[in-house]
Design a protein around this ligand. Structure first.
Ligand code: TYD
Ligand code: MG
Length: 455
């Protein structure tokens, strides 16, 4: 029999390599490649169809205990979770360092404690004195929260096993935790995974709601990396620009709810305050029309949010490769849109630098933003400001068509409510909106004509 080939699997991203390497060629993580035992070896030696215990099958409609959610005391947090925390669930809270994860979770844990439930906050990053100082600043010093500074998972679980399990356990952060079951420094993939596994097992067995804080790397992956995402029930991401005030809490995965609702917060001197009506937040205080600026009615879950998109085009004199820089949108999508504008509308961006920015530190993921980005680009290229009170939305296809998007009437209604008087988008949007003059566009060339026709 031919010798089975060795293969190596990256424990971070799952890609397969034929040779061992120090660094994974796909996700660039270090020391994550482990040898995988070839399947043929197993198949030859084992027959798994005997010797096991019988498992019990159940009907789909068998009676179940209804899920009792617990409020975090912050309506915006509850909304992003799909209605509150589910006991026994594990939540991963990801976000860049300094964005406000510890602040948000301290506020939530204090509110849970104040509501009469037992909440535990374990900090592996800050001393208890630091956390107390912060709590004082947030006006929460009187909350009956159990606070500890610890990094050993064994110490934490031994302590918790002695009393009744808490309702909420916050571990800040998973990258500082250490499990003595395996070797390695805190923060390595194997440590993060082992620590999370032990904590999640404790939470599931004792019906404790567990929140693990995870710092994300620059490219947006929760460090330690994807390994945690499939172990937890809910993956949340806390986003925003540190230099801006606004923060968005988003569920990237939720076994107990929808993933499209967001929570909006503002970071202020006394902690995070909730923003229950965010539709005007991401508009800069515009009074004069400026070239390159377009307003897009984004939809986050069930809430419309108006966002200003700004484009800047700089013509290059030399033959240097022009830069394309994007903040708040997908750079691949911008490249595609530029290519469509060049090939379908004959516009020329090839010798120009293109900068695109979404105002207020907002990150757009709604595909309907294409048309607003295109309008901003054309307006910047032609140096023609778009009408101040106009909105733009629609998905652009590679052929240059404007495709219909979801909830057009909701977007238009919100814009009309905020005083916008004209809208452009896909040709077919169902019933019109009375207070707003709407014009449907079938293709990008129609958009170019519209922008050029503005005074
Ligand atoms: P933090 O919660 O420590 O971030 P993370 O845990 O995600 O690393 O928050 C860090 C920033 O928030 C810090 O730079 C200062 C700011 N901040 C305020 O502006 N107001 C406040 O009341 C608090 C507590 C923090
Ligand atoms: Mg922190």
């Amino acid at each position: 029999m031919a010798k089975p080939k060795r293969r190596y699997i990256c424990s971070a991203c799952g890609s397969v390599a034929s040779r061992w390497q120090g660094q994974c060629a796909d996700c660039a993580e270090w020391n994550t490649l482990v040898e995988d035992v070839p399947e043929t070896k197993f198949a030859a030696q084992h027959d798994l169809s005997t010797g096991g215990r019988a498992i019990r099958f159940e009907a789909l409609d068998a009676p179940t205990r209804p899920v009792q959610r617990r409020s975090t005391g912050l309506e915006e947090f509850d909304r992003a979770l799909g209605g509150g925390i589910v006991p026994g669930s594990a939540i991963l809270m990801g976000g860049e360092p300094g964005i406000g994860k510890s602040t948000l979770l301290l506020q939530a844990a204090a509110a849970v404690a104040k509501a009469g439930a037992d909440a535990v906050y374990v900090s592996g990053e800050e001393a208890t004195g630091q956390v107390r100082l912060r709590a004082g600043r947030l006006g929460l010093a009187d909350a009956p929260l159990r606070l500890a500074a610890a990094t050993s998972v064994r110490d934490i679980l031994t302590t918790l096993a002695e009393g009744t399990p808490p309702a909420l356990l916050v571990v800040d952060s998973i990258q500082t935790m250490h499990s003595d079951m395996i070797e390695g420094a805190p923060g390595t993939v194997s440590q993060v995974r082992a620590s999370a596994f032990e904590l999640i097992r404790y939470a599931k067995q004792n019906d404790v709601a567990l929140v693990l804080v995870g710092h994300v790397t620059k490219d947006g992956n929760i460090a330690g990396p994807r390994v945690l995402e499939h172990m937890v029930d809910v993956v949340m991401s806390f986003e925003g620009e540190r230099s801006h005030q606004y923060r968005i809490l988003r569920a990237l995965k939720n076994r107990f709810g929808a993933v499209d609702e967001i929570g909006v917060f503002a970071m202020e001197g006394h902690g995070l305050s909730q923003v229950s009506n965010p539709s005007m937040l991401f508009l800069s205080g515009r009074e004069q029309p400026v070239a390159g600026s377009a307003v897009f009615p984004a939809l986050e879950g069930t809430r419309p949010v108006l966002v200003e998109i700004q484009a800047l085009i700089v013509r290059l004199q030399s033959g240097a490769t022009p830069r394309r820089a994007v903040v708040g949108w997908d750079s691949g999508r911008l490249a595609m849109l530029l290519a469509v504008l060049e090939s379908r509308c004959g516009l020329n961006f090839s010798t120009a630098e293109v900068y695109l920015n979404v105002a207020g530190g907002y990150r757009l993921s709604d595909p309907a933003a294409d048309l607003a980005v295109a309008a901003a680009l054309i307006s910047a290229l032609a140096d023609k400001p778009l009408p101040l009170r106009s909105i733009w939305f629609g998905e652009v296809s590679l052929s240059g068509e404007i495709r219909p998007v979801s909830h057009a009437s909701l977007r238009l209604k919100e814009a009309a409510k905020l005083g916008f008087d004209s809208g452009s988008g896909p040709a077919d949007v169902g019933q019109g909106v009375a207070k707003l003059s709407y014009s449907g566009l079938s293709g990008l060339s129609g958009l170019v004509d519209r922008v050029m026709a503005t005074a």
